[in-house]
Ligand binder design. Structure first.
Ligand SMILES: C[S@@+](CC[C@H](N)C(=O)[O-])C[C@H]1O[C@@H](n2cnc3c(N)ncnc32)[C@H](O)[C@@H]1O
Length: 300
């Protein structure tokens, strides 16, 4: 991916010299990436379409947040797990969606749990908010989340409205069973950088805390990541395209929730793939894992 460092690395370096730096794409959009003493340690947090477009196109639109907030049959909050909070573009895009809808009509409350193990990225973004207009608009909310661990706002009628909870720590040690998510934004660095976060084990734990109708959206479309989701018990479908990604992924607890479930043609792709399965499927178990996927009801 093409980008260049905009500033020297800023933020509080950890004891091993790891910190974040701001980068700018040739089209002018900015993002953040992790750097160590010897150079970059991660990809940029966002693709070249920028954090705000990515948040709205890949996460908010695909999860059908608007329809869920307008849902008539319950007053229970829409619960979002924002996994890999980063600089909170996804969380704040969901907040802005809720915030503008509730001005016109009574809608369901929104409760976001943001999972993040390294807050130095968002601290850097908040100190450079001129590069991120959504942080210029909502930086005080994000700053309050970092200091208090939770933010609550009533809706414009004085009813329960918005709640944002920070879950600070390693996601692989959780997630908590507090409230089942209806929507999951799954946005970690790619499987090439952090294979353990795209493993059968990680998705199995996540599947175990889902409600009966949970949808998971992610920018990743790698075959091995989709296999991991399938082996963990999610139904998996093709997600929409963005200017930077040919395909994204939507998974769900029920195949009927997907408009484009992966079908038999994807099984062909799986059989031709040089990396069909995630790293936590042992070599001896690979054949059985592939057979398990082929027999799943979504492919019948
Ligand atoms: C691609 S960025 C997320 C971008 C983000 N969703 C946004 O809206 O800006 C991935 C984030 O996941 C965090 N992360 C990586 N491994 C983690 C782990 N094991 N537990 C929690 N957070 C983790 C990184 O620190 C990084 O901030």
């Amino acid at each position: 991916m093409e980008y260049f460092a905009l500033y020297e690395a800023q933020g509080k370096p950890e004891s091993d010299g790891v910190t974040h730096e701001l980068i700018k794409f040739p089209n002018g959009h900015c993002s953040i990436r992790k750097v160590g003493r010897d150079g970059p340690l991660s990809e940029s947090m966002h693709s070249s379409i920028g954090p705000w477009a990515e948040a709205n196109e890949v996460y908010v639109a695909q999860s059908e947040l608007v329809a869920k907030l307008k849902g008539q049959d319950t007053l229970a909050p829409v619960v979002i797990y924002d996994i890999g909070m980063g600089i909170a573009a996804n969380a704040l895009a969901a907040f802005e969606t809720w915030s503008s809808l509730q001005l016109d009509r009574a809608i369901r409350p929104l409760h976001i749990f943001s999972f993040e193990n390294d807050l130095s990225g968002i601290e850097l973004a908040l100190s450079s908010s001129r590069e991120f207009s959504f942080l210029e608009r909502h930086g005080s909310l994000a700053a309050e989340l970092l200091t208090s661990g939770t933010v609550t706002l009533p809706d414009c009628r004085g009813g329960p409205g918005f709640r944002w909870t920070l879950v600070h720590g390693d996601f692989l040690k959780g997630p908590s069973r507090a409230l089942a998510p209806e929507i999951i934004f799954y946005d970690f660095y790619s499987p090439a950088v952090s294979p353990e976060l795209w493993s059968v084990d990680a998705f199995t734990r996540l599947r175990s805390v889902c409600g009966p109708v949970t949808v998971l959206v992610t920018y990743v479309a790698a075959t091995a990541a989709r296999s991991a989701l399938l082996l963990a018990g999610f139904a998996v479908g093709q997600g929409s395209q963005t200017a930077a990604k040919r395909e994204t992924t939507i998974a769900a607890t029920e195949v009927t929730m997907l408009s484009q479930p992966l079908g038999r043609e994807w099984l062909g792709k799986l059989s031709r793939s040089s990396r069909p399965l995630p790293a936590d499927v042992d070599l001896q178990k690979r054949k059985k894992a592939l057979e398990t996927i082929e027999r799943l009801s979504q492919f019948s």
